[in-house]
Write a protein that binds this ligand. Structure first.
Ligand code: PRP
Ligand code: URA
Length: 208
């Protein structure tokens, strides 16, 4: 499935400020939320609608509402937490699951430490949230865990992707639609996205 790479000027502008090493944690968190909201607008474009009758001050008419489709957002801890507010602002009734994973610094392989998903995930469309898609190991693993619970569908949303991660995720989960705000050049020898924005978790939470 072809990934969606955002080309909207507002998203590109905000991503540039995110990359800037001088951006404070406060502003970084605000920008992650804003970009996630804008990306969610795109990721929810295919939600089905149904017709309802509504009475305006002037007359009765038919109009459309979302057809009761159930959504769940699943942030990958820690950095994915930074995307939750922006997503929930757009879809307030969505349920939130959590998957805890960190990358082992030497092997770059994901290490699982937590998984709590909504009980009715089998009836839900899931959007997995993580700002960084680097080697793709974390996203591939998180999506495999979610698939065991058989949701209706899964999408993956990130802010910055490396070509290596995009390829790995597409190969492992070809049925998952991927949304990225920016596609960068490559990974460096430590598995960091270049030019990237550094360590997303540290910048969101002000650690390090
Ligand atoms: C970061 C990021 C992704 C992962 C991406 O998390 O938020 O989850 O790295 O790398 P990958 O595509 O190579 O797996 P990190 O492991 O730094 O954990 P943290 O969010 O707890 O800081
Ligand atoms: N995780 C991050 O936070 N940043 C990267 O560049 C790669 C993985």
């Amino acid at each position: 499935m072809k990934p969606f790479i955002a080309d909207h000027p507002l998203i590109q502008h905000k991503v540039t400020i995110l990359r800037d090493e001088r951006t404070s944690s406060k502003q970084f968190r605000e920008l992650i939320s804003e970009i996630t909201g804008l990306m969610c607008y795109e990721a929810t474009r295919d939600l089905p609608l149904c017709e309802v009758t509504v009475k305006t001050p002037l007359c009765e008419t038919t109009s459309h509402v979302i057809a009761g489709r159930k959504l769940a957002f699943v942030p990958i801890l820690r950095a994915g937490l930074g995307m939750v507010d922006g997503a929930v602002e757009l879809v307030p009734n969505a349920r939130i699951g959590h998957i805890g994973l960190y990358r082992d610094e030497t092997t770059l392989k994901p290490v699982e430490y937590y998984c709590k998903l909504p009980g009715d995930i089998g009836e839900r469309d899931v959007i997995v949230l993580d700002p960084m898609l680097a080697t793709g190991g974390s996203a591939v693993d998180a999506i495999s865990q979610i698939k065991e619970r058989k949701p209706r569908s899964i999408k993956f949303m990130c802010i910055i992707a490396a070509p290596e991660g995009l390829k790995a995720l597409q190969e492992a989960h070809p049925d998952v639609q991927i949304y990225c705000a920016a596609l960068d050049e490559k990974l460096n020898e430590n598995g960091y996205i270049m030019p990237g924005l550094g360590d997303a978790g540290d910048r969101i939470f002000g650690t390090k």
